[in-house]
Every structure is written in structure tokens, then in C-alpha cells.
Design a protein around this ligand. Structure first.
Ligand code: ATP
Length: 287
């Protein structure tokens, strides 16, 4: 990554995240200043029903701008369904989602400019090389060729994919695919990144590199919301967390508020339950 040019997600020309003085008049809706103080993501009364299965059961969640937000929950808690509805990929049964004040389902084009998404189970045009894929994503977002070339080179370096840049994505490992998908999500310098299990299948060195990239992105005014099952990682990385269980948010807020003096894992198990006391499976024993 060059030092001369700002990273695509940390452009000093972007003053939209400038600190607001403490003594401000009340916020007047629909003014630029008010827009700047909108939450990065605002979920209101979100419901998803699949046939007779209530996957998401009327959740409300506010993700403050500039936060590093972790969404945790057991398998099937509703995390992917929530994130998919929040990014315009899955139509809600009920409820509204706003990205930076823009209604995702009423103004999808506007909303999608503001968000980068790493979906669960990534579907990519994998006959393209990594470099072609990132370039294609940048061009789809309407960026000019020179900008796309510069950002693509930066992202390939940041993701440690320079050597694989000319290989087809179909030949990438699971972790490399995750990294190229993350680059695709970041090429248009969105103000919000929504990442479903970003570290799954990623090796520890690459995971640390990605974490550094995300921390820099947040330090530069971006907002990240990620889902994960790894409590230690969320506790280390995130400043806010929401715990989902059976389609509902059972705790949300700053990490310290949610932990309430315990570790996140202890708090999670307390709230969600489901620990099975077991002597083990008898037929697996060889003693
Ligand atoms: N397309 C679908 N059709 C029917 N049921 C679905 C569909 N997608 C998800 N579900 C159900 O909705 C519930 C929530 O699923 P979801 O994938 O959102 O959970 P999750 O928290 O992301 O789980 P995991 O941690 O295992 O990825 C589950 O019971 C799942 O079986």
C-alpha cells in the first residue's frame, strides 16, 4: 500500500465523520449535519418468516457510526438472515433497515453505495482471476479505471494476494476466497462493512492482517458489523456486541455493558443457555 495515496476506505477528504462539538443545537432531521449523525445501521422491527419458521422475530438494533460491532449467536440464531435483510439481499417479512439514514428497501441503490458486504457462503464469478474480480467490482460501482487499478493493487497487497492475483478464484483456497471477497466488499470505500463470519477458514496470519485492515478502517471513520461464533475474537476486536438467540436480540450495547463484569463467553452461555451436561458418548469410548 502506498503512503502517498489514502487508502480507499480512509480518505482524509471525506469529512463526513468529523467530530461534532459537544454543544450543538438539537438535531434537525434532513439536514446534512443530521445525516452525519445517523447511525451507521438502524434496524427497526425486523421480522423474517420462512414458511412456518420465524427466523428473525422483530429485532431492533442500532449500530453507532465508527463502531466495531459484533453479532454473536448459536447456530441458527438468525444472524445471517438479519445481515442479509440489512444489506438488501433478503426481503424482510416486516420491518425497516436504514444505512446511514437511507432506507435499504425503499432506496436500495443509494443504500448499497454505502455498504460493503461479505456474505455467508460467497458466490463469486470465480472464472475471473482475483485481480479481474476486484477490478470488475470496482467498475460495477462506477469507479474510473485509474482509481480501480490503484485500489485493486492496494487491496491485493493488504490481503496478501499479490502472488495469486493472476490465478482464477476457482483455484483459491477457502481462506483466499474469503480475502478476495473482502477486497470486493471494500473497493468502493463504503462507510459500513457487513461481514458474515469473515474469519472462517482464514489462517491466523491472514486473520491478523485482516483484523489490522478492519481496525484501520474503523479508525478512519468506517463502521464494521461482523458475525462470529468466536467469543474471544469478538471480545478482542469489537467495542459493541449484540447477542442473538432464537431470532431475538437478548443483549446489545457496548462490550462492557453486555459483558457486565464477566467474560463475553460466560455472559453468552448465561443468556443463551444450551450447555449439555454429558458423560460423553459411551460407544466412542475406547477405555
Ligand atoms: N431459506 C431458508 N428457508 C427456510 N429456513 C431458513 C432459511 N434460511 C434460514 N433458515 C432458518 O432460519 C433460522 C436462522 O438461520 P440463520 O442462517 O440466519 O442462522 P445463523 O445464526 O446465521 O446460523 P449459523 O451460525 O449456523 O450460520 C434457522 O433455523 C434456519 O434453519
Amino acid at each position: 500500500m502506498t503512503h502517498e495515496s489514502p487508502t480507499p476506505w480512509n480518505n482524509p477528504a471525506d469529512t463526513s465523520t468529523a467530530a461534532v462539538p459537544a454543544q450543538q443545537p438539537p438535531v434537525v432531521p434532513n439536514t446534512p449535519a443530521a445525516e452525519r449523525r445517523q447511525p451507521a445501521l438502524d434496524i427497526q422491527g425486523l421480522v423474517k418468516v420462512f414458511r412456518d419458521k420465524v427466523a428473525v422475530d422483530g429485532i431492533n438494533l442500532t449500530v453507532p457510526r465508527g463502531s466495531f460491532y459484533g453479532l454473536v449467536g448459536r447456530n441458527g440464531a438468525g444472524k445471517t438472515t438479519t445481515l442479509s435483510m440489512s444489506t438488501g439481499m433478503l426481503r424482510p417479512t416486516q420491518g425497516q433497515v436504514f444505512i446511514d439514514g437511507t432506507d435499504v428497501w425503499l432506496q436500495p441503490r443509494e443504500a448499497k453505495k454505502k455498504v460493503g458486504v461479505l456474505p455467508d457462503g460467497v458466490y463469486l464469478f470465480d472464472k475471473l482471476t482475483g485481480e479481474q474480480l476486484i477490478t470488475y467490482a470496482g467498475r460495477l460501482h462506477g469507479l474510473d479505471k485509474a482509481t480501480v487499478a490503484e485500489r485493486t493493487a492496494d487491496l491485493l497487497t493488504a490481503m496478501d494476494l499479490q502472488e495469486a492475483a493472476g490465478r482464477r478464484v476457482s483455484d483459491y483456497s477457502a481462506g483466499m476466497t474469503k480475502k478476495v471477497a473482502l477486497a470486493v466488499a471494500m473497493i468502493h470505500a463504503p462507510s459500513l462493512l457487513v461481514l458474515d463470519e469473515p474469519f472462517e477458514a482464514v489462517d491466523p496470519v491472514s486473520a491478523s492482517n485482516i483484523q489490522d485492515i478492519l481496525k484501520a478502517y474503523v479508525a478512519g471513520g468506517g463502521t464494521v458489523i461482523l458475525s462470529s461464533h468466536v467469543m474471544d475474537l469478538v471480545q478482542r476486536l469489537c467495542d459493541h456486541v449484540a447477542i442473538m438467540n432464537q431470532g431475538r436480540i437478548v443483549a446489545a450495547g457496548s462490550l462492557d455493558e453486555v459483558r457486565a463484569g464477566s467474560s463475553l463467553e460466560e455472559r453468552f452461555v448465561d443468556l443463551v443457555g444450551g450447555r449439555v451436561k454429558s458423560e460423553g458418548i459411551s460407544w466412542l469410548s475406547h477405555s
